[in-house]
Structure formats: C-alpha cells, structure tokens
Design a protein around this ligand. Sequence first.
Ligand SMILES: C[S@@+](CC[C@H](N)C(=O)[O-])C[C@H]1O[C@@H](n2cnc3c(N)ncnc32)[C@H](O)[C@@H]1O
Length: 230
Amino acid sequence: MSHTILAATFDRWAANGRGAEMETEHGDVARQVIAGMKIRAGDQILDLGCGNGWATRLLAKAAAGAQALGIDISPAMIAEAERLHSNTIRARYAVGAFEKLELPDARFQHVVSLEALYYTLDIHAALAEIRRVMKPGGTLDLVLEYYAENDATALWPERTGVPMLRLTESAWREELERACFVEVASKRVIDSRGLGDPARFRPSACYPDWRTWNDIHSAGFLWLHAVKPR
Ligand SMILES: C[S@@+](CC[C@H](N)C(=O)[O-])C[C@H]1O[C@@H](n2cnc3c(N)ncnc32)[C@H](O)[C@@H]1O
C-alpha cells in the first residue's frame, strides 16, 4: 500500500457517498468527544483524516473565533469538503498525509483524528509529525472503532481491502508515550443513539449483519487523549 493507492481507494469511497455516511456513523461519538475537549476562543484545531470535513466544521464552531483545518489523503474527500463548506465557518481543508504534514511547527492547540489514524502507513512518523505541529501543552484526541479488543471489527481490512493497524488499547497508549506524549488516558465511548431499529438495519462491509453490529456497538469507540509536554 502506498499513499497513491490509499488516496485512490478513499477517492472511490467519496464517489460512493461514504463521506456523508460516516457523518451518520461517527457523528454522535464525535460530538461527545468534542464536548469534552475544552476548545477555547481562538484555538487552532487540526482534524486529521477529515473525510468530507463534517467534523472539521463542528470543531470550528465549538468556540468563538476557533479555526479548524482538515487534512485528508483523498483529493475527492477534500473536494467534497470544499463543496459542503460555508463561508460563515472558520474551516479550511487540504490534501495531505499524516506521515508528512506540510504545516509549521507548534501551530495547533488541538489535534483530533476520528476513525482515521489506524490507516497510517507508519505510526511512528505520524505521531512524530502530530507532536511537531502541536503547541506545547496542546492536546491530541484519537477516536478508533477498530482496535484489538473490539473483536467483531477484526475482518475490516479484509472486507474493505484497506490495510489497518490493529493495536490493543494498552499498545496505543504505549505508542503515544513512546512518541513523548504525556497525561495519556483512554476510555470507551458508546454511541448514545443505541442500536436502532433492527427492521431498518442495512448490512455493509463493516457491519455485515445485526449480530456483528450489536457486538461492535457494545464494545464502543476507543478514545485516546494525550498532551504535548510544555
Ligand atoms: C474512515 S474515514 C474517516 C473520516 C472522518 N474523520 C469521519 O470520521 O467520518 C478515514 C479518512 O482518513 C483518510 N486517510 C487515510 N489514510 C490517510 C493518511 N495516511 N493521511 C491522511 N489521511 C488519510 C481517508 O482518506 C479517509 O477520508
């Protein structure tokens, strides 16, 4: 897998409407995480793997004068983000890769990545780049539904054809500590909307049947939080 192939894969997801579907799938948990982030007026926020930018726009609206930048490897996702953009929201979008961010040092108070960092081709390079662009004392929040304890997600790479990094909760924490983050914490977040109506359930690659959806939902999303030392 290379960045070119990753970009082409997620360009196809964008063309198939997956950007919008992901807002439905991840929106409730994202709102819970953003509410816990203590975003303050004027903060600069980076959303890594922003897809069509729905969360970038939420982050930009989280406090007066906050500004959010969404980065994604897929030009089609970024084009979709631009199309959905409103000039009344202080959000911007750019094509880029986790592992080599074309951004200045110490720029952001907050970095967020929702359902994206497990696609990295090099976790050490990605975490070093994230740390580099964060201000001292800045916060990192990662949200991941694909992690080793969430057993029913194990077949996602096979089902979607995209390689994914499968780590336990403690291994993710160790990666963050190895990358010199401090105050590393983790918890599980459950989608507060519940399972929904079985009659309206639509199978997909990641949620192929009602039983698997139940198992994934009840395991919850892994929310990792860390701070760049001052
Ligand atoms: C599952 S989607 C999540 C999108 C959005 N954050 C959400 O929760 O709906 C993962 C996104 O990460 C992007 N991505 C994957 N690998 C990447 C990389 N190495 N660098 C930047 N973006 C990447 C993909 O293009 C895709 O839009």
